[in-house]
Design a protein around this ligand. Structure first.
Ligand code: NAP
Length: 473
């Protein structure tokens, strides 16, 4: 269903949503293309006139109400995420909790959009900087966090006083519909948020080419992000781009190896490796590489693979058959280039019943010539490279293209501080694979993105500063 100007809209055109764990059809949802996107933009423009004039407290109260409604439906929302995305239910519950946290945070952050009084250059002038919402925002989201990626955009945008037209990923539109239901029940004024599910190019073109849309916030691949950046140039829009990554995971020989091994279980195998900040390259100091590899392979071989709706599943399916093919290709290429499979390495037998399962895989003896060394695998495959010294590893870890997240395990404080400074990434975890939270700025450098989501930083992306000079006549 589409949601435009406060109304749920059914259309003749339909799109099927499948369960990646079973291959079964979950639901057919209505879709709409450019005419609907155009209408949604006009309604968002109209709504902006009044929404921006509400007090921050009033806007925040709608977010707080939506958060309460989301809490009351948390189990149902989590089940929907698991069904359409495949992640295990406890992880889906975690995603819903994160979505709620974003609503709650920005319900409060709305009230903290302060301006400045700036010393003027002459005594008869008063110079002020006021912050104002940018206007109608186009938001485009991926399938890997089908709920929290939406709340991370909508919450700061509407807290700031902007209005939104959202296009979610076609694989996971049901979570998007649920988020909109929460806002609808919260009584959010019509037109403030609008949902258009449908063909990406058409909707994307309407959003990027319309001069009524003043901002594009996108999360997805670097390739699509670049296209949207180019398309937004003609109307000189503000943009936030949360793009792809290629995270290094560096384990020094002074690290707590068990901690580092457990970190991989979270950073590589959660969400079946389909997270933008997932580890892609594990670099282990040669003195401890064998011990680390053995411990990791032993733990990974015990991970249970299956339908995330069932109990005790660690790794769910990947999103599509195309994703399976990419993962398989990366593993085959690694083997061809002297990689040694320590565990896994194949399409999982459970796929025979219709799901998209790949065996949790560890590959030792990884090297720079492998595809896996430079491309995002987006699957449950952990390649282990080795290194000799700190200087060498900083150079290797700093990817020429990507700069989203990096991880480093060491017990040396000086080294921790050096790595924090030298790693060219937007997010660095030192002995930590969950380097974030609602309060922290999330985003990349280089081709991993522009702008931040989260905390006080996230709301700035939806505001413009206006300089006001008052002559004291
Ligand atoms: P994707 O192919 O770039 O798609 C993301 C969204 O963009 C989908 O809704 C997609 O819709 C839409 N889209 C594609 N082409 C478009 C166009 N021409 N105009 C407008 N919209 C368009 O990415 P994905 O495969 O879904 O997600 C995985 C990627 O996202 C990975 O690279 C991952 O690292 C990145 N990611 C980054 C972050 C971050 O915060 N940095 C977070 C999560 C994911 P259609 O599917 O209908 O084409």
């Amino acid at each position: 269903m589409l949601y435009i100007n406060g109304e749920w809209i059914k259309t003749e055109d339909k799109m099927d949503v499948f369960n990646p764990a079973t291959g079964e059809l979950i639901e057919s949802v209505s879709t709409g293309g450019k005419e609907y996107a155009k209408q949604a933009i006009q309604d968002a423009k109209e709504a902006f006139k009044t929404w921006k004039k509400l007090t921050a407290k009033e806007r925040g109260s709608y977010l707080a109400k939506a958060a309460e409604i989301m809490k009351s439906k948390a189990d149902q929302l989590a089940e929907t995420i698991t069904k359409e995305n495949g992640k295990p239910l406890p992880d889906a519950k975690g995603e819903v909790a994160s979505g709620i946290e974003h609503l709650e945070w920005y319900a409060e952050e709305a009230k903290r959009v302060y301006g400045d009084t700036v010393p003027a250059s002459s005594p008869d002038r008063q110079l002020l900087v006021i912050k104002q919402p940018i206007g109608v925002c186009g938001a485009i989201t991926p399938w890997n966090f089908p709920l929290s990626m939406i709340t991370r955009k909508i919450a700061p945008a509407i807290a700031a006083g902007c209005t939104v037209v959202l296009k979610p990923a076609p694989d996971t539109p049901l979570s998007a519909i649920h988020v909109f239901e929460c806002f609808h029940e919260a009584g959010l004024p019509k037109g403030v948020i609008n949902l258009v599910i449908g063909p990406a190019e058409e909707i994307g073109h309407e959003l990027t080419s319309s001069s009524d849309v003043r901002k594009i916030s996108f999360t997805g691949s670097t390739m699509v992000g670049k296209k949207l950046l180019k398309d937004s140039a003609d109307t000189v829009k503000k943009v936030s781009m949360e793009l792809g990554g290629h995270a290094p995971y560096i384990v020094f020989d002074d690290a707590d190896l068990d901690l580092a091994v457990d970190g991989i279980l979270a950073s590589k195998f959660k969400n079946a490796g389909q997270t933008c900040i997932s580890t892609n390259r594990i670099y282990v100091h040669e003195n401890v590489a064998d011990e680390f590899s053995e411990k990791l392979a032993a733990k990974v071989s015990k991970l249970s693979v299956g339908n995330g709706i069932e109990d005790n599943v660690d790794v769910g399916p990947v999103i599509t058959q195309a994703a399976i093919s990419k993962v398989k290709n990366h593993v085959e290429d690694a083997v061809k280039n002297n990689g040694k499979v320590l565990t896994g390495g194949k399409v999982h037998a459970k796929s025979e019943a219709g799901g998209n399962f790949f065996e949790p895989t560890v590959i030792a003896n990884a090297n720079e010539s492998m595809l896996i060394a430079s491309e995002e695998t987006f699957g449950p495959v952990a390649p282990i490279f080795t290194f000799k010294d700190e200087e060498e590893i900083v150079e290797k870890a700093n990817h020429p293209t990507y700069g989203l997240a990096a991880y480093c395990f060491t017990s040396n404080l000086g080294r921790s501080m050096r790595m924090m400074q030298e790693l060219e990434f937007g997010i660095v975890g030192i002995n930590d694979t969950s380097p974030g939270g609602v309060q922290a700025p999330f985003g990349g450098v280089k081709e991993s993105g522009i702008g931040k989501e989260g905390g006080q930083y996230g709301i700035r992306e939806y505001l413009e500063e206006k300089a006001v000079s008052i002559r004291l006549v």
